[in-house]
Design a protein around this ligand. Structure first.
Ligand SMILES: NC(=O)c1ccc[n+]([C@@H]2O[C@H](COP(=O)([O-])OP(=O)(O)OC[C@H]3O[C@@H](n4cnc5c(N)ncnc54)[C@H](OP(=O)(O)O)[C@@H]3O)[C@@H](O)[C@H]2O)c1
Length: 331
């Protein structure tokens, strides 16, 4: 079938293209063309999805049967896709799988997140990530009806991740020596592998699945310490953990999630990782062993000459060296 990926040159979108090609689809990607090329085998269409005329012009009569939308970050992008793909020209469309976020839920963070139908999503018109994703879901959902599925993704990990959260830990742990870690190694954490999510999105579009699905790893699949241990195993380093109490981290100015990527304060972590993924499990969202995700990410990082830059406006995560030195000296 003809499968259109909105996005397709970076992280999750790249994996969607690869999965769709492997399943025998005729794949096109739609991006502005500033971030490079999609994987070989896909036709690269170009335009800005915030411009209402760009997608119809780029498609030029090539009507997709299926869409996987990884790149929606504005309400205009959702409106334009709905107009271009749900109407007369897009009437052949069988399934549209949209990548949303846990942030679409009004109460997350800190959560917890219960079953999809019982959890309210944002209804405000703020120009912020969560409210925009929630609005985009409504715009596309009302245009596409039961052909529309929204995947509310939690933490996505894997190769080609330019946000570089797991990547920072891998690099730091590979350097070895004394490594500052939060004194919260038993904190639960769950993630979805980008390849697992990508394949499932393609399959969901093929099957014309509909509704909202919270798409992250199974509850309590591992702990923060378990994840760091995998990083140590995979990189083969001799890193030694230096656990620092939360109070000391915060007093030193360490920002959760940013300076120590994937770490959340106790009070937030208590509920933020409490997410019901029963629907995803019942719809077959796979969850490969986390070791594979960590190993694949490390293999990718070592295979590229230069790691991609984080998205515009997002700093590269990680503990600044001067802050790390101060914490190590004190513990
Ligand atoms: N990473 C996580 O842990 C996480 C968690 C929850 C949800 N998510 C969601 O998962 C998705 C991640 O997808 P990804 O990794 O494929 O995305 P990504 O790394 O953000 O890449 C964005 C893609 O969209 C294209 N693009 C950006 N602006 C565009 C525009 N105005 N018009 C047309 N194309 C545009 C980019 O190409 P050009 O720059 O060339 O246009 C690129 O191909 C996002 O929707 C994110 O919100 C991620």
């Amino acid at each position: 079938m003809r499968l259109l990926v909105l996005g397709g040159t970076h992280f999750l979108g790249r994996h969607v293209v690869t999965a769709a090609l492997a399943r025998g689809h005729d794949v096109a990607t739609f991006t502005r063309g500033v971030s490079g090329d999609p994987p070989e085998g896909a036709r690269a269409l170009h335009g800005d999805r915030d411009d209402p005329s760009a997608l119809p012009a780029a498609l030029d009569g090539w009507a997709p049967d299926l869409v996987v939308d990884t790149s929606c970050q504005t309400r205009a992008a959702a409106r334009n896709a709905a107009a271009a793909l749900s109407g007369a020209g897009g009437s052949a469309l069988k399934g549209y799988a949209f990548v949303s976020s846990l942030n679409a839920y009004r109460n997350w963070p800190p959560g917890p997140v219960g079953p999809e139908d019982a959890e309210p999503t944002w209804t405000t018109d703020d120009d912020e990530y969560g409210p925009i994703k929630a609005d985009a879901e409504r715009i596309l959902g009302s245009a596409l009806g039961d052909r529309f599925l929204t995947a509310r993704a939690g933490l996505v990990l894997g190769p080609h991740d330019r946000v570089h959260r797991l990547g920072w830990w891998l690099e730091r742990i590979a350097q070895g020596g004394r490594v500052v870690v939060p004194d919260a190694l038993d904190q639960p954490i769950h993630a979805v592998d980008a390849c697992d999510l990508a394949g499932w999105l393609v399959e969901s579009a093929e099957r014309g699945r509909s509704g909202a699905v919270t798409t992250t790893g199974p509850h309590a699949m591992t702990t923060f310490g378990g994840l760091l241990e995998l990083c140590r195993e995979v990189t083969g380093g001799d890193a030694e953990w230096v656990p620092v109490p939360e109070e000391d981290l915060l007093a030193a100015g360490v920002q959760e999630w940013v300076h120590l990527p994937l770490w959340l304060r106790r009070e937030v972590a208590r509920t933020a990782w409490d997410v019901d993924t029963s629907r995803a499990r019942s719809l077959g969202l796979p969850s490969r062993p986390l070791r594979e995700t960590v190993a694949d990410t490390w293999a990718w990082m070592r295979s590229v000459e230069e790691l991609p830059e984080p998205p515009p406006g997002r700093p590269r995560p990680g503990l600044p060296p001067d802050l790390e030195a101060r914490l190590l000296a004190a513990h």
